[in-house]
Design a protein around this ligand. Sequence first.
Ligand SMILES: [Zn+2]
Length: 76
Amino acid sequence: MSTENVSVNFKCPKCGCAIISLPDDHTDESHAACKECGADFGPYGDIKKRAVDLVKSEVNRTIKEAFKGVKGFKIT
Ligand SMILES: [Zn+2]
């Protein structure tokens, strides 16, 4: 078993652990599980996508916050 930290705001809904466990020869189709409680997180490819989306939305919020109050500046 190998572990990979995809921790960017990613947390196990059951125990809050942010470390996932994957088989050594994992692919995007391999199911990842919580390292702590073993909860199934679904296919690794989906998790990666979700993590990327989370990062994107987080960045977006930060940018919007940073430019809040700047006249004529609008992010949609
Ligand atoms: Zn867990």
